[in-house]
Ligand binder design. Sequence first.
Ligand SMILES: O=C1O[C@H](COP(=O)(O)O)[C@@H](O)[C@H](O)[C@H]1O
Length: 279
Amino acid sequence: MEREASATYEPKRNSEIRVFESPDEMSTDLAEYISQISEISVKERGYFAIALSGGPLVSFLGKLCEAPYNKTLDWSKWYIFWSDERAVAKNHVESNYKLTKEGFLSKVPVLNGHVYSINDNATVEDAATDYEFVIRQLVKARTIGVSESNDCPKFDLILLDMGSDGHVASLFPNHPALELKDDWVTYITDSPELPPERITFTLPVINSASNIAILATGNDKAKAVQLAISDSTEDPDTPLSLPARMVQLTDGKLIWFLDKSAASSLEIKDDAPFEHHEY
Ligand SMILES: O=C1O[C@H](COP(=O)(O)O)[C@@H](O)[C@H](O)[C@H]1O
């Protein structure tokens, strides 16, 4: 399928950049993208294991709650996880669980027993350990797939929302958590954004996914989008380790969903057609 859009950019291997004119257009395309991956995963594995994040991303899941998706998707095969969570109660305004529950999960027929939220009643250290244990059990049972190149979980889809500093999940620029190789889930106590205590997937888990979508909207994200996507490493503004730039899938596909403001610092090729690739 091919269609016209405002601009396209050079994608790297196994990646694609989509730029949208309006929130409605982005939400529509995101719903179709998620729906296709869900159908393929259920057909091939019998399950669809998806990890969500916080941020504006949740507001773009609205179309999935509407026809035809609310009726046609095999919601009973969906298993829900979070790529990160803030150390607050589940009913706290900063909770990623609360955001997702109110904005998405309460509107679709996902089974309660398939919703794996992060424990809000333990220390961040214990909550991270517990969450990794739960994921290990589900990998053993193959409810979550396993990477062929390492023993990491292979989520069918991880949805990430990039912050204006280039953070994804709760992995922040130049933070030691970016170096972790063996842990699947970790915790931090010094987040540069409040609240300071958080639980997060590590890069090996993120990079082992079958599919990743990174959403970024708004002018304040334009610089980080450019630093994350550009080929140049010579920009003096590039933090040594920019998390969104470190999302490099071992064996999966990365798609950027951007609005025009977030894409405004990318080099535009006005004459190029907008490629809508097969998943
Ligand atoms: O703290 C977080 O922020 C990001 C998104 O940042 P925002 O500036 O767009 O709100 C989100 O992806 C992440 O899950 C969350 O915990």
